[in-house]
Design a protein around this ligand. Sequence first.
Ligand SMILES: *[C@@H]1O[C@H](CO)[C@@H](O)[C@H](O)[C@H]1NC(C)=O
Ligand SMILES: *[C@@H]1O[C@H](CO)[C@@H](O)[C@H](O)[C@H]1NC(C)=O
Ligand SMILES: *[C@@H]1O[C@H](CO)[C@@H](O)[C@H](O)[C@H]1NC(C)=O
Ligand SMILES: *[C@@H]1O[C@H](CO)[C@@H](O)[C@H](O)[C@H]1NC(C)=O
Ligand SMILES: *[C@@H]1O[C@H](CO)[C@@H](O)[C@H](O)[C@H]1NC(C)=O
Length: 320
Amino acid sequence: MAFRLSLLHVSAAALLVLFSLLLSHGESVVTVETCATHDHHNTLAELFPNNATGVLNATLAIIPIPLETARRLIPPQYGILEHAYRALVPSFPEGMYPVMVQAAHDHDVQLRAYGITIDDFSRVGFEFPFLDLAGDGYSSFRWAPAQLISATNDIALEGSRAYGTLVSPAKYEPLCDAYRHMANGHTYFRGASVNSPDFVELEMARIPHTTLSPYPLELFKNITNQPTFANATSCDNMIRLFNTTMSVGDHAPVYVSGRVKARAYPFEGAEEEWTDIYGVQVATPFIENNYLECRSMRGYSGTGGPGDSYVHELNANNEL
Ligand SMILES: *[C@@H]1O[C@H](CO)[C@@H](O)[C@H](O)[C@H]1NC(C)=O
Ligand SMILES: *[C@@H]1O[C@H](CO)[C@@H](O)[C@H](O)[C@H]1NC(C)=O
Ligand SMILES: *[C@@H]1O[C@H](CO)[C@@H](O)[C@H](O)[C@H]1NC(C)=O
Ligand SMILES: *[C@@H]1O[C@H](CO)[C@@H](O)[C@H](O)[C@H]1NC(C)=O
Ligand SMILES: *[C@@H]1O[C@H](CO)[C@@H](O)[C@H](O)[C@H]1NC(C)=O
């Protein structure tokens, strides 16, 4: 998620140069974890050099849980805007609430104008959208209380903790991609804490027709553009663009269904498994505005507001 300007960074490119120098001198070297990702490069860094930008290649899936359970897990001061998710998915089962699991690989994060880049990392967690943090009965906020984040990325770990997030350093499979293609054609992703039994694992299969998905892409655009908070000291405004070359044509969102197995906050206690879960796999570039005053985002309407109009301007002026 977030990162701090004060921290210096040794880029992956520099490590590669070092590695090849050592090789060319014929010395024996300890194995360097070389990890080539399939993710596309960050197309927004050039357009927004003064902002934090990056790429999120993700599986986004909805786990319907009883509203009573949601009410017990979500801090009582945040109302649940049921009409807001019903406006997007009128057929959402009665008495249920949509938790989103987000399993993602963060790639090519930059603050271009300052020459800052941060190493790629993976992260996974449960997110609780459509919450009335501002108390206006209208603006949707998303509570993301806990994340498993690659143990190797201190900047990402600390950046997320600064929101009051319960952060667990974790190891991932695959190491540097959003998911791995299995022999049976399914995709696999697993993040496991290195210091607790917590983990989240997804196995998904492509569903052939978008008509089989109970959820429109709009739902995922809407949720992923809601301001995020953990302990509500500050909010994260991540603008995810679904309408660039990274998410259309050959790279159009893939509708998937499968199972999610996890032991992670705020679900208590034992391991749980949810089957027949539906979602999408999509890579989007993003612009991130960190540590904002939550109430300043009252009335913010996500992709319905600035998200798509940025894209229209960008598409008109630039070849992304
Ligand atoms: C997202 O990740 C998958 C799995 O590594 C890869 O096949 C795909 O090309 C990536 N998509 C983009 C647009 O980066
Ligand atoms: C870029 O950052 C500036 C300063 O923080 C902010 O005002 C602006 O809204 C950001 N741009 C976008 C597209 O979010
Ligand atoms: C929220 O978390 C931040 C970062 O750990 C901390 O500084 C702040 O005091 C916390 N606020 C509350 C209300 O717990
Ligand atoms: C997200 O959904 C809410 C409620 O359904 C709506 O008010 C808001 O405008 C939506 N944002 C965007 C596009 O679609
Ligand atoms: C994506 O951008 C193109 C070009 O501006 C526009 O024609 C199209 O309607 C946009 N699609 C969406 C879903 O916003």
